[in-house]
Design a protein around this ligand. Structure first.
Ligand code: C2E
Ligand code: MG
Ligand code: MG
Length: 292
């Protein structure tokens, strides 16, 4: 039933031995995830967020990594959904938020150039009645300014409970925390809701960026998303930028920031200071309309 639900409505999955085994594997992983924090198996990596115009880092996004003793590095695409289903996300999400804020504070103490710290939040974490108080408490304990923190939430998260989600967003805005919509364009976006969200930024999902070089629709949608965000007074971050042509396109169309392997993959905290020195060469020939 769970598998069928994951694949969306109106479909079925045949129960098979194979699924039984997979269920057992999940259960074991879930048990192990429970102890991952105290066993020091979780780590945050940081991916630079880069200004499109200047080609230099202006922020980072914290991304969780699980170093599993037997399976090696388990992808967050695997363990975050597991943590969401089991409720463990509240514990590991709190850990991530606190760890990321501590890291941001440490970089400030080392007098590194200012960086915003973006942290992902799951529905269960975001919609907790105590969430805003907890965020405020963590910031206060660590001594980090609220403007240095940005929370990333997805459209699908907001659709879980729109009204409570919007009040939580307003409460976060009131204490000065930044908000962005992650993976924009992939959820069930209702533009009617979007205009009610007190957000600062939209992050265009990487699937569109991957498509802009070959697919006219992805290109048109990306342009429309940039234009729409700007006309709503939001800034735009493109995710998944892997080459110079994609960056040139974003420059030509005034996207504000990007993340992607072209500048850097997510890296451990110790590699961030060196990346702050990095500058991308301006690209002069900007292909405004990539596909032929
Ligand atoms: P996300 O928040 O959309 O993060 C962006 C993902 O894109 C990251 O995958 C990143 O490594 C990947 N990426 C970055 N640049 C490129 C690129 O140029 N090309 C391609 N193909 N991919 C790129 P990652 O680290 O595997 O994380 C996957 C997802 O797991 C995240 O998607 C986020 O939804 C979730 N996640 C990670 N850490 C946390 C966390 O602390 N809390 C919560 N709730 N979710 C998290
Ligand atoms: Mg994100
Ligand atoms: Mg994303």
């Amino acid at each position: 039933m769970q598998r069928a639900k994951e694949k969306g409505r109106d479909n079925f999955q045949i129960y098979a031995q194979d699924m039984h085994i997979r269920a057992l594997e999940r259960l074991t992983l879930e048990q192990e995830l429970r102890y991952a924090i105290e066993r020091n198996q979780l780590e945050l990596y940081y991916q630079p967020q880069v200004s499109v115009g200047e080609g230099r880092m202006v922020g980072v996004e914290a991304l969780m990594r699980w170093h599993h003793p037997r399976h090696g590095r388990v992808s967050p695409m695997v363990f975050i959904p597991l943590a969401e289903e089991s409720g463990l996300i509240e514990m590991i999400g709190d850990w991530a938020l606190r760890t990321a804020c501590q890291q941001a504070k440490r970089w400030q103490e080392q007098q590194l150039p200012a960086l915003t710290m973006a942290v992902n939040m799951s529905a269960r974490q975001f919609l907790r009645p105590t969430m805003v108080d907890e965020v405020a408490r963590i910031l206060q304990e660590i001594g980090l300014a609220s403007a240095d923190l940005e929370l990333e939430i997805t459209e699908s998260l907001m659709m879980v409970d729109v009204e409570n989600g919007i009040s939580a967003m307003h409460a976060l805005k009131a204490i000065g925390v930044g908000l962005s919509i992650d993976d924009f364009g992939t959820g069930y976006s209702s533009l009617n809701y979007l205009k009610r969200f007190p957000i600062d930024r939209l992050k265009i999902d990487k699937s569109f960026l991957i498509g802009i070089e070959t697919n006219q629709d992805d290109l048109a949608i990306t342009l429309a998303m940039i234009a729409m965000a700007h006309s709503m007074g939001l800034s735009v971050v493109a995710e998944g930028v892997e080459n110079a042509a994609q960056l040139a396109f974003l420059r030509a169309h005034r996207c504000d920031e990007f993340q992607g392997y072209y500048f850097s993959t997510p890296v451990p905290a110790r590699e961030i200071p060196a990346l702050l020195e990095k500058r991308l060469e301006p690209v002069d020939s900007a292909p405004a309309d990539l596909p032929g």
